[in-house]
Write a protein of this length. Structure first.
Lengths: 179, 197
């Protein structure tokens, strides 16, 4: 959104607080209701999703600088299939704001609302891409893309979690790496 | 009049206190269309010029990898679903082919997407409505990814059946298989096992 006014940016900025997080620290304990949004200044954060019934966990998304994220699962008031948590994989700096406050401000300020809508559009696109990669690319391709994005991923998260992000078993992953 | 009722209840399912004026405004830029099975509603590479609301029928969102030419059904949309080709919003995406096709005979409302977006700039209520629709779409996309990771093919099939009980009568088996990310043979095994229990 390149035509957003300085005033709207200022108003948005007022909501934010800088926060430093050490590698390995959890940003959100799994099951507290969560009303914050975050912007990554630098560092890498993994979004874990946990299935309540099967008690399985996987990394749904790996987030970088300039990514904006919220705990989307909180929007799901009916089913609550999964619970989310966010963990920093490196030392990370984030900006944190109160989601309710942002939405309240946005009720008065249509520029902010348009901005939120743009963010949502981008996020849908991002999720759709992830879904397409899971369905259309083979595991080797998916691994290569991940390695391109984060060359030292092997040092940041355990193998079985990389495997879960790629939707394959750890054994399959070790075969791919060997090759 | 019945049409207005459907739109009213659909829009109020997103924003319960949406005013009659906003609904009126929204209704003024949509019109009813009828398409046969296999009709391509949105072609690849087209900008998001229209959005659609399904009144009856099933529309599949298809994605194809350019290199391998592998194709799958990304989403199955049924009645009361709102959709447009969000991938066209990414200007430098050349890796995949996207299109939307009627998997059965369909009756849909069609509206101008740019016009709707323009209205969201002018009308705060419509902006809120758009926000809720996007949030819902986000949540659905996320759930679909979670399903692929957490559920096995049988569970995914059950989830689809819960969502659209008569899906077997509406679209072809190989299309259901494609949506579930299994082969048609695997799907027929799953169905056999389920129905023999």
């Amino acid at each position: 959104m390149n035509n957003i006014s300085d005033e709207a940016i200022q108003e948005f900025n007022n909501l934010l607080q800088k926060q430093e997080i050490k590698a390995g620290e959890l940003i959100k304990p799994s099951d507290t209701p969560y009303k914050k949004f975050h912007i990554i200044v630098h560092g890498i954060i993994a979004n874990y999703s946990q299935d309540k019934k099967a008690n399985k966990e996987y990394i749904r998304a790996i987030l970088f600088e300039k990514h904006v994220f919220v705990n989307l699962s909180d929007l799901d008031l009916t089913e609550r299939v999964s619970t989310d948590s966010f963990k920093s994989l490196t030392d990370t700096v984030i900006l944190t704001g109160n989601l309710n406050q942002l939405l309240k401000e946005a009720q008065q300020n249509s520029e902010l609302f348009l901005f939120i809508n743009k963010l949502n559009q981008a996020s849908i696109y991002y999720l759709q891409n992830r879904l397409d990669r899971l369905s259309l690319l083979d595991a080797t391709n998916r691994y290569q893309i991940l390695k391109r994005r984060i060359p030292d991923i092997e040092n940041l998260i355990p193998q079985y979690q990389i495997a879960s992000y790629l939707n394959i078993t750890p054994v399959q992953l070790s075969r791919i790496r060997k090759k | 009049m019945m049409e207005i009722d459907l739109i009213t209840s659909l829009l109020r399912s997103y924003v319960s206190n949406l005013s009659d004026e906003a609904i009126q405004l929204f209704s003024s830029f949509i019109s009813l269309k009828e398409y046969p099975r296999d009709h391509i509603v949105i072609k690849n590479k087209s900008q998001a010029k229209k959005f659609y609301i399904i009144k009856s029928g099933i529309v599949g969102s298809f994605a194809q990898d350019k290199r391998s030419e592998k194709e799958y059904i990304r989403a199955i949309h049924n009645d009361k679903t709102i959709f447009t080709n969000i991938s066209s919003l990414d200007k430098d995406d050349n890796k995949s082919v996207n299109y939307y096709k009627c998997l059965s005979k369909c009756i849909v409302y069609q509206g101008s997407y740019p016009e709707f977006i323009e209205q969201t700039h002018l009308n705060h209520e419509l902006s809120i409505l758009y926000n809720r629709i996007l949030e819902d779409a986000l949540l659905k996309s996320q759930k679909r990814i979670d399903e692929l990771s957490f559920m096995d093919a049988t569970q995914r099939y059950q989830a689809l059946k819960n969502n659209i009980p008569n899906i077997e009568n509406l679209i072809a088996q190989y299309q259901i298989a494609s949506y579930l990310s299994v082969t048609p043979v695997q799907l027929s095994r799953i169905r056999k096992k389920m129905y023999s229990q």
